[in-house]
Design a protein around this ligand. Structure first.
Ligand code: EPU
Length: 428
């Protein structure tokens, strides 16, 4: 097993280059299934979630050629299976995108329920509502989601809840359906726009992505394409906080600053200087962070996927901050770990009251999920002493070379292999 060890206290300075966006990649790669041709996808992040999704396509029968560390060519011509077993689907949330993609290609899909981070209940009712509106019959039997249709026909779908996953899945199922599909109250995240741009580059006809009404006029065929994935908004935001929490000065390159506005705004409120360039942002923090209140919301609000990282910064702020989670029911599980490091945070349902402390102290902690793991790394960078973080496989799901990127800007951080002390012990 592996853990990350951080000796805190170094102010970070220099440049960090951002990789391709995880949540765009995990939507775009399954979408390849819909085309008749070869797709060359560039700026692919080197993270385990992407490896899993590429592996799924390969196991389904796609031919996959790795061109270099960030470029992959996928030819889905020989995929004939519409079944995704539990061993493949349970590893990640985005496996649910195979329902939409397979439905779009084969008019049928049989997919085991998706896995992913545990934030409480993660329903897919809005995905199913969308598939049914397009004419599919959806049932759940033997632990599998089954969807099939004689023909998919465009329809108007109002999402009761703004959902990234449902918006993606309906786009995938509708892109080759007959006629016009309209998704109202659609998610507006940058990865939704990226998926629409990717599908359009294959010959789809999608308008309005990035607004809350997306119109998809079905086409009969999609062709191969070459496409470069957008930079990862959340990876960039995490390193912006790394600059702020260490009293450092980091220039984060290969970003779209517009995607970072809500994060920049909160960092400025917390006392950082944020300078925007065409494809970079520079974050400088020369003082103790000031308290501020944050509410997470769907895009363009403050992203829920930045909530643990921002809470960690606020744990060190002057005064009392309030963090309200507006997307997930239960995304504060990591707070117990921060408490072990001396943070003073009280959680009541979807609200955390953060009493800023002057310093965090190192402790052995665990990543309880992907972004919580990133928060532990940030806490370790700021804490006095040596922090050891277990469960790094969560971090590897979404951060490309995090240890190398942070070392290069002055962090004292490394990854070590260790033997699990519980290994071989029989369960009692
Ligand atoms: N929801 C429903 N019904 C549905 C779908 C969602 O009630 O059918 C609810 C959820 O329970 C939640 C809210 O709607 O309360 C938003 O869920 P959404 O569907 O938007 O989330 P998701 O698609 O499962 C994606 C990201 C998450 C990110 C959320 C919110 C991917 C692969 N995952 O999840 O990213 O937190 O959107 O922005 O894109 C991460 O990257 O760390 C991560 C967890």
């Amino acid at each position: 097993m592996e853990k990350i060890i951080v000796n805190g206290g170094n102010a970070l300075s220099g440049e960090i280059c951002i990789s391709g966006a995880k949540n765009a990649a995990v939507a775009i790669i399954p979408a390849v299934l819909l085309c008749d041709g070869v797709c060359r996808i560039e700026n692919v992040p080197s993270i385990s979630d992407v490896n899993v999704i590429i592996r799924i396509l390969y196991e389904l029968g796609a031919s996959v050629k790795v061109i270099n560390s960030t470029t992959v060519e996928i030819d889905p011509t020989h995929i004939h299976s519409h079944v995704l077993s539990a061993s493949m689907a349970s590893k990640m949330r985005a496996s649910s995108y195979f329902i939409g993609a397979m439905l779009g290609r084969f008019k049928k899909a049989r997919v085991a329920p998706p896995g992913g981070c545990d934030f409480g209940v993660r329903p897919i009712d809005q995905h199913i509502k969308g598939f049914e509106a397009l004419g599919a019959t959806v049932t759940i039997d033997g632990g599998m989601v089954n969807a099939h249709a004689v023909e998919l026909t465009g329809s108007s779908i109002y999402l009761d809840k703004v959902s990234v996953g449902a918006t993606v899945n309906i786009m995938l199922a509708a892109v080759k359906a007959r006629g016009l599909t309209v998704i109202e109250n659609a998610a507006r995240e940058p990865h939704i726009v990226d998926l629409a741009n990717f599908l359009n580059s294959m010959g789809a006809n999608i308008m309005g992505a990035g607004t809350d009404v997306i119109k998809i006029r079905g086409v009969s065929e999609l062709h191969g394409t070459t496409y470069s994935i957008i930079p990862d908004q959340i990876e960039a935001g995490t390193y912006m906080i790394a600059a702020a929490i260490t009293g450092g000065d980091l220039t984060i390159t290969n970003v779209i600053p517009k995607h970072l506005e809500s994060i920049s705004a909160k960092l400025i409120e917390a006392g950082a200087v944020v300078q925007e360039y065409d494809e970079a942002v520079r974050v400088i923090m020369r003082r103790r962070p000031k308290c501020c209140n944050v509410l997470t919301m769907p895009h363009p609000g403050f992203p829920t996927d930045m909530q643990p990282q921002m809470t960690t910064l606020l744990a060190l702020c002057e005064g009392v901050s309030v963090m309200t989670e507006g997307v997930w029911d239960n995304r504060f599980k990591y707070v117990d770990q921060l408490t072990l490091m001396g943070a003073k945070i009280k959680v009541d349902g979807k609200v955390a009251i953060i009493n800023g402390v002057e310093a965090l102290s190192a402790a052995p902690v665990k990543a309880t999920d992907l972004r919580a793991g990133a928060a532990m790394v940030l806490a370790g960078l700021a804490a006095e002493g040596t922090t050891e973080i277990e469960n790094v496989e969560f971090i590897d799901r979404g951060y490309d070379n995090i240890v190398e990127k942070l070392s290069a800007v002055g962090a004292d951080i490394r990854r070590v292999t260790y033997i699990d002390p519980n290994l071989g012990r029989s369960a009692v």
